[in-house]
Ligand binder design. Structure first.
Ligand code: HEM
Length: 534
């Protein structure tokens, strides 16, 4: 029987209850009981109960709760004090959460729901405290464009230390200011219309080889296969690495370790994530260097110039050193891998749920003579004419953007929609929430590729999946090519199903189905078998 029962069971053996209460009282409180009893004439049992309440509940439970509440209030005041006093604008609404950890735990536990709740409560611009930093989150095209346009003077990119170490000093993501601008120019030379046009036959070949192998196996895990396919595409097309199966398995193993340690503790000690990641990085860089040296010796062995060869050919201020080229190569492997694989999963899920959309793709392909034979050539010029296929891919990226937003640090205090963003605070612009809240997107939860043909040029600016401004995605056109080719080949050449079209999803760091998206293939088509009427 608990001591508190004394309140509810007055008839029980009081001396037993009182003595057990007394056991919990300190000498100081016992003395107080005796004194109160003697001087005030209050019944001893009432005094004991009162003392028990103080000793048993108020001191161990209520006091810490009050202390905790006070420290949380003080923490919120302390964080708010880091606002810029020289700026008269208020901070955005929001909270700094618990002392030191802020709202990080809620963010980790609730995932995207955390942001949905915040937006409902505070609107499009709000503050929080996450991952050790006071943070302002921005939703809506106007604010997001202001952040994108403010690169290098209002904001700058800031990756965690472990990520910077793993990506290397030579990577685009780690560089800022003038170095970033020069390096980006060099990288974009590998993604011109002409360059992508020359990659197209290899992309088509790899996509077809994979689909054919899926048909042979009948049942596959889609997400795993898309990752493997994208790894091969990046290695072959962008880095010019030819590899046999054992070599691919070895490199892919290093790559997975590398990816897994990108956000680890910044302590490089044997056994810890960062150490393993750095070892994997060394192995991948070694392969890239070997590849660069072979190409420098005898030129590109392929019918096309891979992205790395194009970048190595640059002279003048944009010329990359060997170390920079290796880092950039590794970055290309990293930047396109998870993002394109995530988008491929959404594409497959939406095509399965909307067979009419798939038939409309086939209809469009038929108009360009792309349904006549299995191995018909599909040049880049033709891919670019397929407007409906493009809108399907765009709608996939709008509905489930692989990158939810961009992370920046404020270089100076600036204003955003009537609020101040203080210097040194973290700034996060949201792609996903901005897509959802755009006034031009009716029923944002609906998958509707046709919506894009009804929007004018300005309204289409509300599509943010590839970011924008100086830090906009370098591999955008390549990613679009891969996704369109996948949509084309899956629609026109084979028959497949997804048993679970509403799989459980994880959203961090990118959206993916936790069941790895099981898919079942029942074979390649005899061409023209698929009905072309919608
Ligand atoms: C569907 C696929 C993809 C999506 C949705 C995507 C999205 C993005 C976004 C939103 C950013 C800007 C991030 C920020 O503002 O901080 C970005 C940057 C970048 N992306 Fe992509 N990306 C994709 C595929 C690729 C591919 C295939 C490559 C290259 C092979 C690539 C290379 C890069 C690079 C190098 C940057 C950094 C640009 C810079 O810092 O200037 N991406 N991407």
């Amino acid at each position: 029987m608990s001591e508190a029962s004394v309140l509810f069971f007055p008839m029980m053996n009081r001396s037993f209850v009182l003595s057990s209460c007394l056991e919990n009282c300190s000498v100081r409180t016992l003395t107080a009981i005796r004194h109160t009893d003697e001087h005030l004439g209050i019944p001893r049992s009432a005094v004991i109960l009162l003392v028990y309440l103080i000793d048993g509940i108020i001191l161990p439970v209520i006091c810490p709760a009050i202390l905790f509440a006070v420290s949380t209030i003080l923490w919120n005041i302390y964080v708010s004090c880091s606002r810029d006093p020289s700026c008269s604008l208020p901070l955005p609404p929001g909270s700094s959460g618990l002392p030191v950890i802020g709202e990080t735990l809620q963010f980790i536990m609730k995932g995207r729901k955390f942001f949905d709740e915040k937006r409902r409560k505070h609107g499009n611009i709000y503050r929080t405290h996450m991952l050790g930093k006071p943070t302002i989150r921005i939703v809506g095209i106007k604010g997001v464009k202001q952040i994108m346009a403010g690169e290098n003077f209002r904001v700058t990119t800031e990756w965690p230390r472990s990520t910077r170490m793993l990506l290397g000093e030579g990577s685009l993501s780690s560089s800022t200011g003038l170095t970033h601008s020069i390096r980006k120019k060099a990288i974009l030379r590998a993604f011109t219309h002409e360059a992508i046009s020359s990659y197209t036959p290899v992309v088509l070949e790899v996509v077809r080889d994979y689909i054919s192998s899926w048909c042979d196996r009948a049942s596959i895990l889609g997400y795993k296969e898309f990752r493997s396919m994208n790894f091969e595409l990046t290695c072959r097309v962008l880095l010019g690495i030819d590899m046999d199966r054992p070599e691919k398995t070895r490199l892919m193993g290093h790559f997975e370790t590398f990816l897994g340690s990108l956000f680890s503790l910044p302590v490089c000690v044997p056994g810890l994530g960062l150490y393993k990641g750095m070892k994997a990085r060394d192995a991948l860089l070694q392969k890239i260097e070997q590849c660069i040296k072979e190409k420098q010796g005898s030129g590109s062995p392929h019918s096309f110039m891979d992205a790395l060869s194009l970048m190595m050919d640059i002279e003048g201020e944009e010329k990359l050193t060997l170390d920079e080229a290796k880092d950039v190569g590794l970055e290309l492997l990293f930047a396109g891998h998870e993002t394109t694989s995530s988008a491929a999963c959404t594409l497959v899920l939406q095509l399965t749920k909307h067979p009419k959309v798939m038939l409309k793709i086939v209809d469009e392909l038929a108009r360009y003579g792309l349904t006549d034979s299995l191995d018909v050539d599909i040049p880049y010029e033709t891919v670019n004419k397929l407007k409906y296929t493009r809108d399907v891919v765009k709608e996939v990226l709008r509905l489930t953007p692989p990158i939810g937003g961009g992370y920046r640090k404020a270089l100076r205090t600036f204003e955003i929609e009537g609020y101040q963003v203080p210097k040194d605070w973290a700034v996060v612009y949201s792609i996903r929430d901005s897509h959802e809240s755009s006034e031009f997107i009716d029923s944002p939860e609906k998958f509707d590729p046709d919506r894009w043909s009804n929007l004018d040029v300005e309204e289409r600016q509300h599509f943010l999946a590839f970011g924008g401004g100086k830090r906009g995605c370098a591999g955008k056109e390549f990613a679009l090519l891969v996704l369109k080719m996948l949509a084309i080949e899956l629609s026109r050449s084979c028959s497949w199903t997804v048993p679970n079209t509403d799989p459980p999803m994880k959203c961090l760091p990118i959206p993916y189905p936790t069941d790895n998206l099981p898919m079942q293939f029942s074979g390649l088509y005899q061409m023209r078998q698929r009905s072309l009427t919608v």
